[in-house]
Structure formats: C-alpha cells, structure tokens
Design a binder for this molecule. Sequence first.
Ligand SMILES: *[C@@H]1O[C@H](CO)[C@@H](O)[C@H](O)[C@H]1NC(C)=O
Ligand SMILES: *[C@@H]1O[C@H](CO)[C@@H](O)[C@H](O)[C@H]1NC(C)=O
Ligand SMILES: *[C@@H]1O[C@H](CO)[C@@H](O)[C@H](O)[C@H]1NC(C)=O
Ligand SMILES: *[C@@H]1O[C@H](CO)[C@@H](O)[C@H](O)[C@H]1NC(C)=O
Ligand SMILES: *[C@@H]1O[C@H](CO)[C@@H](O)[C@H](O)[C@H]1NC(C)=O
Ligand SMILES: *[C@@H]1O[C@H](CO)[C@@H](O)[C@H](O)[C@H]1NC(C)=O
Ligand SMILES: CC(=O)N[C@H]1CO[C@H](CO)[C@@H](O)[C@@H]1O
Length: 626
Amino acid sequence: MSSQTLILLLVVVLSNLNSISCLEFVFNTNFNSTNIHTYGNATIENSIVSITNQTVFTIGRALYPSKITTKQTNSTNPLPFSTSFIFSISTYKNLLPGHGLAFAFFPFDGIVGASSSGYLGLFNLSNDDDNKFKELKLKNGVNYQAWIDYEDSRINVTMAKAGETRPIRPLISEFLDLSGVLLDEMYVGFTGATGQLVVSQKILSWSFSNSNCSIGDALVTANLPSFVIPKESVFRSKGFVIGVSVGAVLIVVCGVVIWDVLVRKKREKREGKEEIEDWELQYWPHRISYQEVYAATMGFSEENVIGFGANGKVYKGVLLGVEVAVKRISVESEHGMSEFLAEVSSLGRLKHKNLVGLRGWSKKEKENLILIYDYMENGSLDKRIFDCDESLTLSWEEMIKVLKGVASGILYLHEGWESKVLHRDIKASNVLLDKDLNARLGDFGLARMHHHEELATTTQVIGTPGYMAPEVVRTGRASTQTDVFSFGVLVLEMVCGRRPIEDGKPNLLDWLCMLIERGDLLSALDDRIKAKGCYSDEEVERVVNLGILCACPDANVRPTMRQVLKVLEGTGLEEEILNVNLLERIETALNLSACYESNIEALVIYEVRKIMEVSERKFFLGGSMV
Ligand SMILES: *[C@@H]1O[C@H](CO)[C@@H](O)[C@H](O)[C@H]1NC(C)=O
Ligand SMILES: *[C@@H]1O[C@H](CO)[C@@H](O)[C@H](O)[C@H]1NC(C)=O
Ligand SMILES: *[C@@H]1O[C@H](CO)[C@@H](O)[C@H](O)[C@H]1NC(C)=O
Ligand SMILES: *[C@@H]1O[C@H](CO)[C@@H](O)[C@H](O)[C@H]1NC(C)=O
Ligand SMILES: *[C@@H]1O[C@H](CO)[C@@H](O)[C@H](O)[C@H]1NC(C)=O
Ligand SMILES: *[C@@H]1O[C@H](CO)[C@@H](O)[C@H](O)[C@H]1NC(C)=O
Ligand SMILES: CC(=O)N[C@H]1CO[C@H](CO)[C@@H](O)[C@@H]1O
C-alpha cells in the first residue's frame, strides 16, 4: 500500500454580497450538531467531525453554522484571518488512499454543484482549476495541526504534528489577493471527498479568528484520540519466536551465498568477461551481446526508431539476417535490473502464436536493459483504430480475427502455462500485427508471474487509465478478471473506433449503455467499418454485448477468457454461454450502469493520474512497441 496520503490544503473561493464585526471561535474536540453543520456524507462521531469514510464516491462537508463576514466595513479589502485545525487522515487496510481534504470559504451551504473524487467535493468538471492546489504528502493516521493565516494579501500555511510547536517558517507563503473572490459574507469550513479511492478524514479541533493570529494556540493538543492504524504486537507471538529462529538461519545461509557470489564475481572480473549468470544460458531468451545489438540497430540510430515506449525508444534492427524490434529500457536501480532479468527469463519461455516472441535480451552497464522482440510488420493495433485513414482501418472480419488472436493470447497467459501470468496492461497499443494481420500481444513488462490459484497481491497500480478495472483503481490488485476488463474495453473501442476516454465526449462505456437503453446499439459501430461491409447486425450486437460484459464493473459478472474465446469463435457453445448465461449477466451489468457513471470519474479525471504519479516507476515498460 502506498504509504503516502495526498492531502490538499487550500483556501479557495468559488464565486462573487454585505457587513459586521470580527469573529472568533474555538472548538476543542467538542463538535456537535449545533456548533457545526454537516452536509453530504460528513458526520459527527464522538465530538469529532468525520468528513469521509470508507464509502466510495461521497462528498463530506462541515461548515460553521452561519455565514461569516470576510470584508472590512464599506470596503473591498478582505478581513485578515487566522485559523488552525487538527486533522487526521488514515487509510483502510488493503485499499489505496484518496482523495483529500480542503479548508475553504463557500458562497452557500450544502454540496450542490460539487463532485466527488479528485474534485474534493469542492469543484466539478466545469470549474476545476488545477493551479489552485498546493499539495502536501503526509504519512497516514497521525494527527496533524495546520495553520492558515491571511493578512495583507499574503497567505501562509504551516503544518506540524499535533503537539509540536508551530514551525516558524510556513510551508506555503504566497501572495494571493482574495478581494476579488471573497463575498462579503461566506460560509467557512471543510470539504472532502472519496472516489474509488477511500480514506478516513477527520477534523478533531478547529479555531478561527479575524483578530488574534495566535488563535491556533487555543487548540488543545494533549490527549487527542489517535487514528493511527495499530500495528500488531510482534514480540509476544509464536510467530515472532519462529521468525527470529528462521531469520537467524537465513542470515547464515545468505552470508554463505553472498560470499560465494562475491568470490565468483571476482573470478569473473579477473577473467574479464561480462557477468553471465547460469540461468541466462539455460532459458530462452538468450543473452545477446551489446555489440551485436548495437550493430543490428546501426548504433541505435534515430533513423531506426520505430516507436516510443514510456521509458525508451523502440528501434528496428536486423540481427543475423532477421528483422527485430529492439526496445531499450532504462532501469533505475540494480535491484530493478535483477528483478527485471528474473522476469525476462521466465517470460522468455512463453511461446504462443498470439504473443510477440522475445528473442533475447542484452544489457549495457547497470541501467540499460535491452529487449529484442520479433519484428511486427504491421505495427500496433491502435494505429489501425484511431485517427487513421480508411485504407488502414480493419474490416469487420479482420477485426474479429484480431480479437480472437488477442483473446487466445490472453487465455494462454491465464491458463496455458504452469503458472498464471497476468498481462496487466492490455490495450490497443500493446497489440501488434504481423504481416498477415495476426494479432500478437506485446509488452509483458508489466506482467508478473503468479502461481495458479494465488491472488496477485501487489498493491501498486499498474495499467493505463480507461483500461483499468474499477477494483484495480480501488485496491491496486490485478487478477485474470481485470485483464478481462481491459480486453472488454479493447473490444468496444475497436467496434466503435474511439478511445475509452476522449476529451469532450462521454465515457465510452456510458455512451454504449445509453445507446443500448435507446435500442440503438448498431449506431455505435465505427462508420469506417460500416463502409467496408461484411458484417451482420446480430454479430455486431453480440460482440458489443460481449465487450460490455467483459467491461462490467462487477468482476464476478465478467466471463473468463475461455468463455470469451468461445463466444468469438462461435463454437456452438456460444448459444448456451451468451444467450442463457451471459445475457442474464448482461442484464445485471446493465442494472449496474449507474456504477459506470461513477466510474467515469474514477477513470477519467484524477485518481488514476494520481496513482500513476505514485507508481510511475512501474510504468517503465508502458507505451507502445512497433
Ligand atoms: C454544542 O457545543 C456547544 C459548545 O461548542 C455547547 O455550548 C452546546 O450546549 C452543545 N450543544 C449540544 C446540543 O450538545
Ligand atoms: C460512513 O458514513 C456513513 C454516513 O455518511 C455511514 O452511514 C456509514 O455507516 C459509514 N461507513 C463506515 C464503514 O463507517
Ligand atoms: C458605510 O456605508 C453606509 C452607506 O453605504 C453608511 O451609512 C455608513 O456610515 C458607512 N460606514 C462607515 C463605517 O463608513
Ligand atoms: C459546477 O459548479 C458550478 C458552480 O461552481 C455550477 O454552476 C454548475 O452547475 C456545476 N456543474 C455541474 C455539472 O454540477
Ligand atoms: C507569512 O510568512 C512570512 C514569512 O515567514 C511573514 O513575514 C508574514 O508576516 C506571514 N504572514 C502572515 C499573515 O502570517
Ligand atoms: C489570542 O489567542 C490566544 C489563544 O487562545 C490567547 O492566549 C491570547 O491571549 C489571545 N490574544 C488576544 C490579543 O486576545
Ligand atoms: C450513508 C449516507 O448518508 N449516504 C449519503 C451520502 O451522500 C449521498 C448524497 O451525496 C446520499 O445520497 C447518501 O444517502
């Protein structure tokens, strides 16, 4: 789990009223329904304000009961203010944390016009403005005290652990003229939201004054309740004793191994060879010397660049007379490299007609890993779906062939091998087309090995926004069902000829659900495919339904890859699967279409972007390969 929680502290004003005198109040863990008003899903529990909890897609707001004067009498000058509050943000077990909390002035009470998730119950899609945010990263659960002071158009935000003295230097000190945005009287308080990501956000104490800049000192910081997730006591447990014993044995074993490795390395150095580990020779793919790769790509010349991945370029090359695609990846650490090599050695053994073959690998020094793949003449699938001219678009038949290919590639990964492999990043740019337009899944960099039955336990989010199942966004956990979800999105974007998320257009899934409700499903079919003909309406309907079913927010409703393939191949069983079983499930899925609505937010806006920042490191293999 990401140990970092994002919180946002800000003073914001939403739009452009008359006045009186100064105000001052102090609440020391004595909130009640009289002295603070809550809106949305905020509650008061044990005299503490809870802005958000584990409930997804909620907005919580807590405001001082009446409007306060924010301007000096007969003037547009804002009144100075000092406010301080103690808050706690804690995460839930096995869930990724989000989204944040804000201190704000509001022109009205209630939560009308605000959106959840990354908008913090403060903004919505039409009035969001990223520039207003200042972001701080905090550890979880701890009670923090924040101070916000405003005077003479200067705003200072200071923060410390509750109980510690106020730091002299503010975290943020900015000139900010609030006169244009503050109304004469406004509500003041806190707002927060959850999305797919949830976090508990609490306000323990709060003080505010227009005249006393030391009002923060009035907050009692002693004996505050703690929301830090308790760690299990380890010392008393049996596990501890066993752990220590096993640990001691391990240390000895490791020592022996390390010593052995060091001796070997020394010997290798003396012999002046590249370090080649034993397994490198045992398995596909073989290691290829850097010089060979260098020559094959004409010294990694720009002319040979055929694609850009997230972490490096892809080159075309000729190795031993065969065309290859060479992907260069920079690896941050030595640890990253060894992790990678272990993975490459396993993945190199995966062989299937619908997977891009990995021919070999090479490395230069410690940070440059090079993967050599079969060259795919027809490039990546995305170039055949989006923004391309008609001559390049696939016909319905070709499209079905590609989908069958992708489906059998995924099925092989999921079931065809002794250990289950998740792809984790199925999308059009990761599907390559060979000279006969056969689909081959590429980019296994994100795939990890999993033994059958064992649930993937990584909590790092891996994937691409729009293709990620809601549960991945929420928990970071991938499974075969999450691959099925991405496949569903791929099916739908191929049929419709548009990306799952496009600026200014409704989310693809929502749009399709709307068309289905209207009974106008066929209008979803890409006009360019329509122009090529050779399809039947029933077939289109079947494939769209299949896509929607795969992309159902409820993972249990999604079919397995084996069922998907059967439907695509139309091997008799289809009737049974689709008509009886699946159609029923599609109904369920459609009933869940309300879910889709909230998913738009989850997928489009903010959280995925945020998570991606956190786990950027994991994206080094993302992007397309040609
Ligand atoms: C609420 O708290 C205030 C102090 O802030 C107190 O004066 C008031 O009596 C409390 N009201 C109720 C209903 O407990
Ligand atoms: C979250 O808060 C709501 C009230 O907004 C409450 O009904 C619900 O039980 C709470 N959920 C949890 C898990 O505490
Ligand atoms: C503020 O303006 C009102 C009229 O607009 C006037 O009656 C009042 O005396 C003024 N107050 C001050 C303090 O200037
Ligand atoms: C967004 O908020 C503005 C007020 O700031 C409101 O006028 C508008 O209707 C809201 N839009 C939506 C979609 O809620
Ligand atoms: C904000 O911080 C600056 C620098 O520490 C200080 O000079 C200024 O007086 C502060 N302003 C307020 C309103 O606290
Ligand atoms: C400001 O508030 C602090 C904390 O409550 C208090 O100790 C101090 O006396 C107040 N100062 C003034 C000028 O009222
Ligand atoms: C449990 C609870 O109070 N849920 C509410 C959360 O807020 C939404 C509106 O924002 C209400 O519809 C829910 O009933």
